[in-house]
Design a protein around this ligand. Structure first.
Ligand code: PLP
Length: 396
């Protein structure tokens, strides 16, 4: 890559730290006090946390007292998706759990319900939730059957395909069935306008490193008082109003607040720019490889995400070729071990395994410029063309 400058197109995995967040973190690192101490040093550390809490609440349209800081979205989802979370009105126990098949591993493997309590909600070929299955499962709940007191989890946007779930329609169904809805909002916050007060979620979960904050910090934001913890997942001291024990990560929380305030300030313009960049990138890819498949293309999608596969080409090989050329992409399902695994999201969408194995995720973000997109396409052509030629020779 000219001048050794890398192109970072993997914002859905983690977005670079915003300078404003870094400055807030550096200032906060010098706060000597424990935020629970009553002396001036403790109060200064507490003030940093409360400022970030107000920033997070304002950014998502919630109340500051409903923000609970966590070590990230995985913890937030683990904490919320358990039978021990209690609705403040209605049934006192959440006996059943409705879960989309394309949820993140933090939901699929992180929830605390017994397998017989779980009803999977399938998706269609575009990755959109099957509303009929959801509706009939909720209908059983309304009729007081085994589903009485169901908890529903919905991912606002899929991290692999960027497909946006019909949050409003799902919210209407869950609200009329009296079933609390938890929204994994990790991939939408900071990428698209979002207003918690206007949505039916009982709580959302967010993660700082997806919008230019530091890694290892996130939050649960409750939507008023619809849910409470019987016992917090991380129990001990009385921090976070007894909802998450342990001395707070003051610097990370400060960075999260600042990053989110900045991310939402011009979110409408940034997302419009990203839609234009995405269009440019997808058009360019289809010119280079006309048989490329862009997953979820017919569904509403995040402005920044393209998941694409070219028949006969393997993601693992391509990722390495792009990396050597100075471009950071991701496979459809780069799992935490770093290996390219099989994507459960594409499997749920009915994509053939041979095609799914070629899925490359291109995700832009707050650092991406038009020049980056143009440079990316030029590199894409020179990397992909020899692979296409070899593939076509093999097929001839
Ligand atoms: N949910 C979604 C949709 C995600 O994309 C991620 C991160 O990849 C998570 C949850 C987990 O977030 P964290 O890295 O903060 O644990």
């Amino acid at each position: 890559m000219a001048g050794g400058v890398r192109l970072y197109f993997d914002h859905n995995a983690s977005s670079p730290l915003r300078p404003a967040a870094r400055s807030a973190m550096l200032r906060a690192l010098d706060a000597a006090g424990n935020p629970s101490s009553i002396h001036a040093e403790g109060r200064a550390a507490r003030a940093i946390i409360e400022q970030a809490r107000a920033q997070v609440a304002a950014a998502v349209g919630g109340r500051a007292q409903d923000v609970v800081f966590t070590s990230g979205a995985t913890e937030g989802l683990n904490a919320l998706l358990r039978p021990g979370v209690i609705p403040t009105t209605g049934p006192q126990r959440l006996a059943h759990f409705l879960i989309g098949e394309t949820e993140h591993a933090a939901v699929l493997d992180g929830h605390g319900f017994a397998s017989e309590a779980v009803t999977p909600i399938p998706v269609d070929a575009s990755g959109l939730y099957d509303m009929h299955t959801l509706e009939s499962a909720l209908e059983k709940a309304r009729n007081g059957g085994v589903f009485a007191s169901a908890l529903v989890v919905l991912q606002a946007a899929n991290n692999e395909t960027g497909v946006l779930q019909p949050l409003e329609a799902v919210g209407r169904l869950t609200a009329s069935a009296g079933a609390p809805l938890i929204v994994d909002a990790v991939q939408v916050i900071g990428k698209m306008p979002f207003n918690l007060a206007a949505c039916s979620a009982a709580a959302i979960v967010i993660s700082a490193h997806k919008f230019g904050g530091p890694k290892g910090v996130g939050a649960i934001v409750f939507n008023g008082d619809r849910l409470r913890f019987g016992r917090a997942l991380i129990a001990g001291g009385g921090q976070e109003m007894r909802r998450r024990a342990g001395t707070e990560n003051v610097a990370a929380i400060a960075g999260m607040g600042e990053a989110l305030a900045e991310a939402v300030r011009d979110v409408a313009q940034v997302s419009a720019r990203q839609i234009a960049l995405r269009g440019q990138i997808e058009q360019g890819i289809l010119q280079i490889a006309p048989d490329a498949m862009i997953f979820g293309r017919d569904a509403p999608r995040l402005p920044n995400t393209t998941l694409v596969a070219i028949p006969g080409l393997k993601a693992e090989t391509l990722l390495m070729a792009f990396d050597i050329a100075g471009i950071a992409l991701s496979s459809g399902s780069a799992c935490s071990s770093g290996k390219v695994g099989r994507s459960h999201v594409l499997a749920a969408m009915g994509v053939a395994p041979e095609l799914a194995e070629g899925a490359l995720r291109i995700s832009t973000g707050w650092t991406t410029t038009e020049a980056d997109a143009a440079q990316f396409l030029a590199q894409f052509a020179s990397i992909i063309t020899p692979f296409l030629q070899r593939r076509n020779r093999r097929a001839a």
